[in-house]
Structures are given as C-alpha cells and as structure tokens.
Design a protein around this ligand. Structure first.
Ligand code: CTP
Ligand code: MG
Length: 229
C-alpha cells in the first residue's frame, strides 16, 4: 500500500506581502518549503510525493526535495484546484483505499509526534482524519452591523490543521462532488463532510501554524528553535 503525500505549494502568499511567495522565505537558513518537506520526510520517508507548484515559479530548487519518489504538479488557481490536479496524477497508480495525506507547504512547524499520531490513528480508521487543535479564544458571532450577536460556545470547536488524510477514491469523489455542486472547500475535510461523513479529529499542537502574515514567520522561527531538528 503506497502512502501518497500531496503538498500544495502553488500559492502566491498575497497576505504575506513579501518579495516572493511565502514558501520561499528563509526560515533558519532554509526555505519554508524545504523545512516542510524535510519534516514530512523524517516521518514518512517512503511516501510518494506530489508537489504542487505555480507554473511560473522562479524560486523552486529540486535539491529541497528529500523524497526519492516525487513528481512536480502544476498548481491551479485555488488551493483545492492544486490538490485536485495532484490527485489526478494518481489515476491508475493509487489503489482506491490508499491513504492520501495533504499538507500545506506553509506549515513547516508540524511536530513529528503529531504526524506519527495521525499516522497511527489511520490504522483504525475507515474514512480519514485530520490534525486539529481545540479553540482557546472566546468566539463571537457578528451581526451585519459588526456588533456582537452572541457568544458561540467554545466547547467542541477545533481549528482544522494539516495534514489531512483520506482514502484516495473517497477524496477524489468528494472533491469532484464539491466542484459539481459548488460547495466551498477550504480543506479536504470539508469536502468529505459534504458527503455526510465525519472525519476523525486527531489532537495536534497549536504550534503547527500556517504561515500567513509577516508575524507568523517570526513565530515559526521561534517555534522551530524550540523544537529539536
Ligand atoms: N496553495 C496552492 N495553490 C493555490 C493556493 C494555495 O497550492 N492556488 C497552497 C499554498 O502555497 C499554501 C497552502 O496552499 O502552502 C495554503 O494556502 P494559503 O495559506 O492561503 O497560501 P497562499 O494562497 O499562498 O496565501 P494567500 O492566500 O495569502 O495569497
Ligand atoms: Mg490562499
């Protein structure tokens, strides 16, 4: 059984407002993308990688890919389009029940223990699972005037992180269905949920942040310096 790894890295990083896409910004002497791939490789050295890159990418360095089996895939206009394109390269190669793990290039701080916990959870799982962290803040629902309508109970609310792992055929069907019905898909799990299925939440650290804005890069550097290599 092959473990397929999809890493969407075809975004432009507009919120980061840097001189290059955020996955190519330096983080402890290497690019964010190189750090993310190295972390994944430490736990899943045998996985087969599909790396989604912008067709006009001017920064990618193949030396940053530690996987022996990997393929570059042209990214699409949204994250979900990039993931769908990567999935389409698995047609005829992946078995229906192979696991496909999707992990954002912009999450270099994912802990090895969390990757291992996700992998372990899959051993007893039929549908799939995602790393997630319980919400710590008090959550407010706003009305149309930008005033508080009410406080949402925080119990049972989780931040969806990545990796998210689903069976190949199920994920393919779910993303196709979401496209056909116009369902908004901001992560793989939301497409699975739209099929009436309930992915498993695997508790993971909040330090698995998605580098989005400039301050996140400062945080990520600090987190990495506290984690052992
Ligand atoms: N991504 C992708 N293809 C896209 C858009 C995003 O592969 N068309 C990837 C990004 O490179 C990133 C991950 O999906 O690793 C999460 O997306 P996000 O954090 O939104 O990154 P960007 O889209 O690059 O950032 P922004 O939304 O600020 O432009
Ligand atoms: Mg984006």
């Amino acid at each position: 059984m092959t473990l397929w790894l999809i890493v969407p890295a075809a975004g432009r990083g507009s919120r980061m407002q840097a001189d290059r896409p955020k996955q190519y910004l330096p983080l402890h002497g290497r690019s964010v993308l190189a750090r993310t791939l190295a972390r994944l490789h430490q736990v899943f050295p045998e996985a087969a990688l599909r790396l989604c890159l912008d067709p006009d990418d001017a920064y990618f360095d193949p030396d940053d890919v530690p996987f022996s089996e990997w393929q570059r895939v042209e990214g699409g206009s949204e994250r979900v389009d990039s993931v769908r394109r990567a999935l389409s390269t698995l047609a005829g190669k992946a078995a229906d029940d192979d696991w496909v793990l999707v992990h954002d290039a912009a999450r270099p701080c994912v802990r090895r223990e969390d990757l291992a916990a996700l992998s372990q959870a899959l051993e007893h799982e039929a549908i799939g699972a995602l790393l997630a962290a319980p919400v710590a803040d008090t959550m407010k629902r706003a009305d149309a005037r930008g005033r508080v309508s009410h406080t949402e109970p925080r119990d049972g609310l989780w931040h969806a992180l990545t990796p998210q792992a689903f069976r190949y055929d199920l994920l393919r069907q779910a993303l196709d269905a979401a496209l056909a019905t116009g369902t908004a898909v901001t992560d793989e799990a939301s497409a699975i949920e739209a099929m009436g299925l309930s992915p498993l939440l695997v508790p993971g650290g909040r330090d698995n942040l998605k580098i989005t804005r400039p301050e996140d890069l400062i945080l990520a550097a600090r987190i990495l310096s506290l984690q052992s290599e």
